[in-house]
Design a protein around this ligand. Sequence first.
Ligand SMILES: Cc1cc2nc3c(=O)[nH]c(=O)nc-3n(C[C@H](O)[C@H](O)[C@H](O)COP(=O)(O)O)c2cc1C
Length: 383
Amino acid sequence: MVSRRALLTTGAASAVLFGLGGTWWVKTGPARSAREPWNAASAGFGDPRLNVLAYAILAPNPHNMQPWRIGLGEGGEFTVYCDLDRLLPETDPPNRQITIGFGCFLELCRQAAAETGLRADITYFPEGEPQPLLDDRPIAYVDLVEDASIPADPLFSTVLDRRTSRLPFDTSRPVDPGTLAELQAGTVDGVEVLATAEAALVDELRTLTTDAWAVEWDTASTRRESIEVMHIGKAEVDAKPYGLSIDDRLTSTIGMLGLMSPEALDDPESSAYRESLKFYDRACASAMAYVWSTTPTNTRRAQLDAGRAWVRTQLAANALGLSFHPLSQALQEFPEMAEHYKRAHELLSNNAGDTVQMLARLGYAPVVGPAPRQALESKLLPG
Ligand SMILES: Cc1cc2nc3c(=O)[nH]c(=O)nc-3n(C[C@H](O)[C@H](O)[C@H](O)COP(=O)(O)O)c2cc1C
């Protein structure tokens, strides 16, 4: 097994690379180590499975919890498990969103493999679908097989530029319906991706997403779940490059001053609490279009497929220059959200009984930097 040695070797190579100053964060300043996996991905790890996994760990996932745990097998295969300490039981009671994140992860495995002439044979839930909650059974078994007939996926060229943006979008710049049609075209079988820039529906969705965010933040249990996984300031984000990271220059200063402490965020009388509400209000009010996805069933498989389709949609959006911000609150299954959940399904599903799996706002904004990631090595189960 070459894994650990290969990783260490690559770490050294990366340090030389950073030393040359050719990387974006040397110029722009965010915490270096928390973003290192974005640079390391293309370096090569001396093992095809690690080469693929180095891209997969960059997948979008709820609250950036990165719940992946990987068991490397004897040959070209690996098994993907969920780290059950990284679930979000308050905002994601049925583990639906966490499962969608695994779908994003598996799609990036597939794309990264195809890039080097490997076919990723993916078996979902080889020991059965975990219901009603995820458990210690595997999420997927992945075998990488050489196959010269496997086409590279054009979306893969955007993988290192994929970003979630929470900035306000430019309200003077509409999103063209033709652009939305391109996004929708990249879905996978079994998942419908829909989008609108039509003013009346965008307006309704702005209201829905704003109101749903207020419910998530004003409900103590869901707010506290987010606060518990928040890391404030560069040093803390470097040490814990997962969860909700608040480490751009301004907020890390506020964090150091103690204005944005976990305690203040949890106090409805504080400015940190009110600013958090306003932050999302501004974001939702500047939505210029929305994209969402639906599935006819809500099985674990459907959730993985929804994740595969979702990361494809986001890659396509970013490739077209669109900023992309998932707004999942109205789709969440905790009791206080029931009214908005119902409204979201009335507005967004074409067929009764469909599950709306994802919803995001779209628009144009300055490009943001990548989110933190834990090193690949920390995700490998002891072999
Ligand atoms: C299932 C799912 C739900 C998400 N919901 C939200 C959300 O409600 N609000 C948000 O700001 N980001 C949401 N995101 C985006 C994640 O927070 C983001 O992927 C993660 O922080 C990593 O950042 P990155 O996508 O820039 O790599 C969601 C992502 C997934 C896969």
